[in-house]
Design a protein around this ligand. Structure first.
Ligand SMILES: [Zn+2]
Length: 486
């Protein structure tokens, strides 16, 4: 992360997004533009006022795994839709367990034969210890251009926006060509009742869709300047392997070179020294191509260099120095845990290491397994998958989807590029992609790359960004649910 300023910062943001799995941590911009507009709320238009009220209501319902009640939040959103005139049969709260309710609502379109558009957001939040905050995490506070509270960037902002937009569309008499489904779900962060997984298993028909919008993307900004509108269209596949070697052992006062720990250590060093081949897919190619236009100097050149066929080795070497870029170029495997020996004075009879891999989508897990065995080159060290992988295919960057995102982005923020991204961690999009439903992490919610507070203290969203995201998602929802003709 030495290179020039902006790229490194872009990197910081994207990494932060990806690490949490909850990616639209659109935190916000520093005081530069904030002293301002103390009266924002008095100037709100009715649909903005509604989005603000809904966000407030959601933030103030504790939905943490430990003490919260997701069902209460889902029911509160259901009540709003019912009050807005949605029929009861189209608004359901479904709970696999107490406090773990999910809301599924359907806005009927004219064309029942066309697969729906799914708008997904999770309404559970990570724990927030009030002692760590200067504000109460479960009280919605408006202060100097920001809304504060747990979930304001992850992911109650999107949940509130989807509900507010659905109500707005209904009030406006919008007639979608296809059904629009909103699903607000439980246990994305922690807990044993992941709403998306459960809905797919038990009520697939309720959320089945042509494709879904989810968290995982979002816009990057810095000092009030919009940098890029990011669309998460792919995720790497998580796969852990266990290396293990055994040995008869013996007394440590009579050592021999045949030692389980030495075998394992050599295996691990070989994995460290191995680099998996560079392989770009549709999403990462476009990521490097469009990021290059935002960068300068050596970094921009390297981004263009890896796009050559074959990729320029010096470009690979340059990008591989930065973990964020390296992880977009190739499968990675890294040692994360060690466990060996049984006594200070005994030769070890067993040594184990955990190797965590993040496999490029489309690459076979069996091939990675074989590569590890070949790299280790020692039959005494076994390599075993810790659990079956959950491979999810990249979502295709169709004209219908990417074109709509680009057109709205260009109208709202002229000149700001749309950048497809591949996450190295997983979101709920994983389950949908596995089930054959493409997912796009896109929100139009811009966060400052130096102020990412999702999962952290005093989580907040810039008010102006919140309403921009609302407008973006409103436009995108309309565009994607219209018929081709209008
Ligand atoms: Zn999230």
């Amino acid at each position: 992360m030495r290179k020039n300023t902006r790229p490194a910062l872009l990197t910081v943001l994207l990494s932060a997004l990806v690490l949490s799995g909850c990616s639209n941590e659109e935190a916000t911009v520093a005081p530069v533009m904030t002293p301002a507009e103390p009266s924002v709320s008095t100037e709100l238009q009715p649909h903005q006022q509604l989005a603000r009220e809904i966000l407030k209501e959601l933030v103030e319902i504790d939905t943490t795994d430990a003490s919260g009640d997701n069902t209460a939040a889902a029911q509160a959103m259901a009540d709003r839709l019912l009050a807005a005139g949605f029929p009861a049969e189209d608004v359901q709260v479904l709970a696999p367990a107490e406090r773990k309710g999910n809301l599924v609502a359907r806005y009927r379109g004219r064309n029942a034969g066309r697969k729906p558009l799914l708008l997904l957001a999770h309404i559970d939040v990570v724990a927030a210890d009030p002692a760590d905050w200067t504000l109460d995490p479960f009280t919605f506070v408006e202060q100097e251009g920001y809304y504060y509270g747990r979930g304001t960037t992850d992911d109650k902002d999107e949940a509130a926006i989807h509900i507010a937009n659905l109500i707005r569309l209904k009030e406006e008499g919008f007639q979608p060509d296809r059904d629009i489904i909103v699903a607000l779900t439980a246990d994305e962060e922690t807990g044993n009742h992941n709403g998306v997984k459960w809905l797919l298993e038990e009520h697939r028909e309720l959320i089945d869709a042509e494709y879904a919008l989810n968290e995982g993307g979002g816009g990057s900004m810095q000092d009030g300047v919009h940098i890029s509108n990011n669309v998460q269209a792919s995720e790497k596949v998580y796969q852990t392997f266990i290396l293990e070697t055994t040995n008869p052992g013996g007394h440590s006062s009579l050592p021999v070179k045949d030692n389980a720990i030495y075998d394992l250590a050599e295996a691990i060093v070989r994995i460290r020294n191995h680099a998996f081949p560079v392989s770009l897919n549709e999403v990462t190619s476009l990521f490097f191509e469009r990021s290059a236009a935002l960068e300068e100097g050596e970094l921009a050149a390297a981004m263009r260099g890896v796009l050559q066929s074959p990729p320029d080795p010096s470009a690979i070497a340059f990008l591989a120095d930065t973990p964020y870029y390296n992880s977009r170029l190739r499968t990675t495997c890294v040692a994360t845990r060690l466990d060996a020996g049984h006594a200070d004075n005994a030769l070890p009879q067993r040594a184990r290491a955990t190797i965590n891999c993040r496999v490029l989508p489309g690459e076979s897990i069996a091939a990675v397994h074989n590569t590890l065995e070949t790299v280790i080159g020692n039959d005494r060290v076994s390599v075993t998958p810790a659990a079956p992988a959950k491979p999810s295919p990249p979502s295709p960057l169709t004209d219908e989807m990417l074109g709509a995102i680009e057109s709205i982005t260009n109208d709202m923020w002229p000149g700001v590029p749309v950048i497809p991204t591949m996450s190295t961690g997983a979101t709920d999009g994983l389950y949908l992609r596995i089930a054959g439903i493409p997912v796009y992490g896109v929100s139009g919610l811009f966060g400052d790359i130096d102020d990412v507070r999702a999962h952290g203290q005093n989580e907040r969203i810039r008010i102006e960004s919140y309403f921009e995201g609302q407008e973006f998602l409103y436009q995108l929802t309309k565009t994607l649910s219209r018929s081709d003709q209008n």
